[in-house]
Design a binder for this molecule. Structure first.
Ligand code: PLP
Length: 404
């Protein structure tokens, strides 16, 4: 691996057949567009090499099983896991967090235990814990944010007690782009005997992630935000946690021996992958990981940081624009235009071929904290360049002209 950071701007839009010329796609935080190698891998897997996994004794199925397990090993290396057995394939981050809540949470939390979330969490890192609260009578505490929109770890330190059994935080905010100091969050959680779950949905496509170095206990992400397919995601957990967790769903593949009297379960990760898995999703995710690693996460991060800086600078020149989040946010810029609903901003931008997201971004408690019903959000990916920022800024200027 090169130790010298390549700072040349990325120019990769030609890899993305679904991005026509002149279209500024600025909604990567919702889902990323797919590069040709991912589309080709999926086409090949369905069109040439398709078969089920883990069951067939015929060669085609054995080969597909090898491909499926090779993807697991590739993803383990990608995020710094100790072994591929620590990688559980799930539908996405949402399913991963529900799995932890319903398996680890129901087994190991007791009434009165506390968990700490933050004000900026995505609903998928809030609602599963509320469902758990309904089952186990745990208490949920909410860590506030700093003035510039980061999770306030000083406040977290003051709030944490030995009653806290879990801290569950977003690595990168999907609204503000603020980046969590995961290492410090892990140290704070561990100091009171709590585990740390990290929602890495927006981090894995934007930053190098090494779960061992970060000190997390659980780490989750979705493939479709990482230039891979929808319907596939990853739960990583420390092996001793997975070993102790009961199954989340029952069915084929997750068993050791089934009788009507009693069923014993397969060891992790198979224990958590009931039913025929999303084979092609896994193959596509492998190709996506190869794709981003061929570019380099350091380089992707530098590229998106430069785009964020450029966008924030240009938007801050427009009087009626309010920017949210810190200056150094990772690939995401949320903003408002005084007196204009974000949906109107997005509609007018769309007329100029600029696709942004407007709404609460599945983070209603964060909107409450910001004191707005919604924001407009531009989020970047490897295919964006300065021309997209220009189109965004031109569009926002048009919004201000239309609304006077
Ligand atoms: C920070 C964050 N967490 C969780 C999710 C949920 O991901 P998915 O819908 O792919 O399960 C998202 C998706 O928007 C997200 O941005």
């Amino acid at each position: 691996m090169s130790t010298i950071l390549d700072t040349r701007p990325l120019d990769l839009v030609a890899d993305f057949p679904a991005i026509p010329e002149g279209w500024a796609y600025l909604d990567t935080a919702a889902t990323s567009q797919k590069p040709k190698p991912v589309i080709d891998a999926i086409t090949r897997a369905y069109g040439e090499t398709y078969a089920t996994v883990h069951r067939g004794v015929y060669q085609r199925s054995a080969d597909m099983t090898l491909a499926y397990e090779a993807a697991r090993a590739r993803i383990a290396t990608f995020i710094g896991a100790g072994s591929s057995d620590e990688i559980v394939f799930v539908r996405g981050a949402t399913e991963a967090i529900n799995l932890v809540a319903q398996s680890w949470g129901v087994s190991f939390l007791r009434p009165g235990d506390r968990i700490l979330l933050s004000q900026l969490e995505h609903h998928s890192n809030i609602v599963p814990w509320q469902l758990l609260r309904d089952r186990v009578a745990i208490e949920i505490d909410v860590c506030p944010l700093t003035a510039d929109g980061r999770i306030d770890l000083d406040a977290a330190e003051a709030m944490l007690t030995p009653q806290h059994k879990l801290v569950s935080l977003g690595h990168v905010s999907n609204v503000l782009g603020s980046v969590l100091d995961v290492r410090r969050a892990a140290d704070l959680a561990h100091a009171v005997g709590a585990k740390l779950l990290v929602d890495g949905c927006q981090a894995v496509p934007r930053l190098p992630v090494d779960v061992a170095a970060l000190g997390a206990d659980f780490y989750v992400f979705s493939g479709h935000k990482l230039y891979g397919p929808t319907g596939i995601g990853v739960l990583w957990a420390r092996p001793e946690l997975l070993d102790a967790m009961p199954p989340y769903q029952g069915g084929g593949s997750m068993i050791d021996r089934v009788t009507f009297a009693r069923t014993t379960y397969a060891p992790p990760p198979g224990r958590f992958e009931a039913g025929t898995p999303h084979i092609i999703g896994v193959v596509g995710l492998h190709a996506a990981v190869d794709y981003v690693e061929s570019i380099g996460l350091d380089r992707i991060h530098a590229h998106e940081t430069a785009l964020v800086r450029r966008a924030r600078e240009a938007l801050s020149q427009i009087n009626s624009v309010r920017l949210f989040g810190p200056e150094d946010s990772a690939g995401i810029v949320s903003f408002a235009v005084e007196g204009v609903h974000p949906h109107d901003i997005a509609t007018i931008l769309d007329e100029g071929n600029v696709a942004i997201r407007a709404g609460h971004h599945c983070a209603q408690p964060l909107m409450d904290a910001l004191g707005v019903p919604a924001t407009a959000r531009a989020s970047f990916g490897v295919y964006n360049g300065p021309q997209d920022i220009e189109a965004l800024v031109k569009g926002v200027e048009r919004v201000t002209r239309i609304f006077g």
